[in-house]
Design a binder for this molecule. Structure first.
Ligand code: SAM
Ligand code: SF4
Length: 345
């Protein structure tokens, strides 16, 4: 296993397999890819990156995009990762609109579970957010994911002020009905998300307060960005992803990101330079050399990783207030984390 300069392990490879998409969400962060990057990784190249990650003991894989189901070889991509990455967890984030076509093939190829974006249950609001009239096909996709056993399903709901911020309880109710977990996501000011950020940003702290009132229990997912999970009295679990200005979030990040053109990024907020993994893999003369080049690229990207909490909110409400007072991370913080030079504080 490799660690970055802040003692955080690299455990998760998040792979954006394409930048193409059949939706036009006005806030899309494009997974941090630059506007001008072009090209896509081939199926075998994704397999090479998966094998390189496995050799570095990172065996959690997330497929994303653009819309990953736009790629007609998506089931083969899953198969490559399953074969070469020996995944502990292999999941996908999708807008769900094409899931009814692919769910069974994906499950057969080795996909464990899906996160499906569902920003509204109202057709007109859904269309205003995503630019397409596709709510019904997404709901069909959710059913197909259940039938195929791609569970537990998480519903990703990006809260947007004045558009869908009044749908929290409707989505909680829907998640309860279909036995899914609701993941409430704070708008992030990256990519197109930076454009209307002031207009549409709805602070996660406000959502946290609403959830606290109805929570029977609050747990913290230490291994995943210290995210709080609210277990509500109706049995539904709501996970809150509030990265804006939240250094607790960064403190437990384990990710390296593969951008659609095959370059590596240490963080969603990273503006470059990116590590040109695809170019390095393509210069190799054998598959073994390609895996070694991919490992070299991952190690370089890992060196660039650092906690990134550069978006303090103008109203001064730090998202770290989300976390319970007796926070286990605080304890390890006091015990002393490795300093950037590797020494213990
Ligand atoms: N197309 C797929 C989808 O929408 O689910 C996968 C790619 S999308 C970039 C990954 C996730 O990021 C989705 O849940 C999406 O809603 C969310 N997302 C996109 N832009 C965002 C932003 N600016 N802030 C917060 N979440 C965002
Ligand atoms: Fe497409 Fe997902 Fe971006 Fe929406 S958030 S435009 S569905 S990639």
């Amino acid at each position: 296993m490799i660690f970055d300069r802040y003692g955080r392990p690299f455990a998760t490879l998040r792979i954006a397999v394409t930048r193409r998409c059949n939706f036009k969400c006005f806030f899309c962060h494009l997974e941090g890819a630059s506007e001008t990057s072009r090209g896509e990784l081939k199926t075998w190249e994704i397999g090479v990156l998966a094998e390189a990650s496995r050799r570095l003991e990172a065996r959690r894989f997330k497929l994303t995009g653009g819309e990953p189901l736009i790629r007609s070889d998506i089931a083969e991509i899953v198969g490559e990762i399953k074969h070469f990455g020996d995944p502990e967890d292999l999941s996908m984030t999708t807008n769900g609109s094409l899931l009814d076509r692919y769910a069974y093939r994906l499950a057969e190829a080795g996909l464990n579970r899906v996160n499906i974006s569902l920003h509204s249950l109202r057709g007109e609001v859904f269309r205003r957010i995503t630019g397409v009239d596709a709510l019904k096909s997404v709901l069909r996709g959710i059913e197909a994911a259940y039938d195929a056993g791609l569970t537990p399903i998480k519903l990703n709901y990006v809260v947007l002020k004045g558009l869908n911020d009044d749908e929290l309880w409707d989505l909680v109710e829907y998640a309860g009905r279909i036995n899914a977990r609701l993941q409430v996501i704070e708008l992030h000011p990256v990519g197109l998300g930076a454009v209307g950020f002031t207009k549409y940003h709805y602070p996660a702290t406000r959502i946290a307060r609403m959830l606290e009132e109805h929570a029977e229990k609050i747990i913290v997912r230490e291994e995943l960005h210290m995210r709080p999970i609210y277990r509500l009295s109706n049995g539904v679990e709501v996970e809150l992803v509030g990265p804006v200005g939240n250094y607790w979030f960064c403190s437990r990040c384990t990710r390296i990101r593969v951008l659609p053109d095959g370059s590596l990024s240490p963080c969603l907020n990273w503006k470059g330079p990116f590590i040109p993994a695809a170019e390095m893999i393509r210069r190799a003369k054998s598959r073994e050399e390609a895996v070694e080049k991919a490992m070299e690229a991952l190690i370089k990207a890992n060196r660039l990783r650092k906690p990134y909490y550069m978006f303090p909110l103008e109203d001064g409400s730090p998202s770290l207030q989300l976390l319970p007072r007796r926070n286990p991370w605080l304890k390890s913080f006091r015990l002393g984390l490795p300093k950037p030079d590797g020494r213990l504080a």
